[in-house]
Design a protein around this ligand. Structure first.
Ligand code: ZN
Length: 105
């Protein structure tokens, strides 16, 4: 199984493509496909049929997955795109550390 560089709830920045430079929260991850869904990124237009009376219908925009390698984690502490380093504490606990500011993220 692939391991993604980001996980659900992370804030990421898009590195390439039409949404380059956009920041958003990871809504879901698809490790098998190496893809992530990022809030506000890679909208696709979907035509929706109302299932029951009163449901919204017509054209809906929804985020679609993008390749995880196209996004980079944004450190919540220093607010910079960063690589995440994995560190094992003396207690044996695994933590993720910002490569820029050294804070646990
Ligand atoms: Zn940082």
């Amino acid at each position: 199984m692939n391991t993604l560089n980001v996980k659900k709830g992370d804030t990421v920045i898009v590195l390439s493509g039409k949404d380059k430079g956009k920041k958003g929260k990871v809504l879901s991850t698809h490790p098998a496909a190496g893809k992530v869904v990022v809030e506000g990124v890679n909208f696709a237009t979907k035509h929706v049929k109302p299932r029951k009376q009163g449901d919204p219908s017509g054209i809906m925009k929804q985020e679609t997955p993008i390749r995880a390698c196209k996004v980079m984690r944004v450190c919540p502490k220093c607010d910079k795109p960063t690589r995440v380093k994995h560190q094992i504490l003396a207690s044996g606990e695994k933590v993720r550390v910002c490569a820029k500011c050294g804070e646990t993220i």
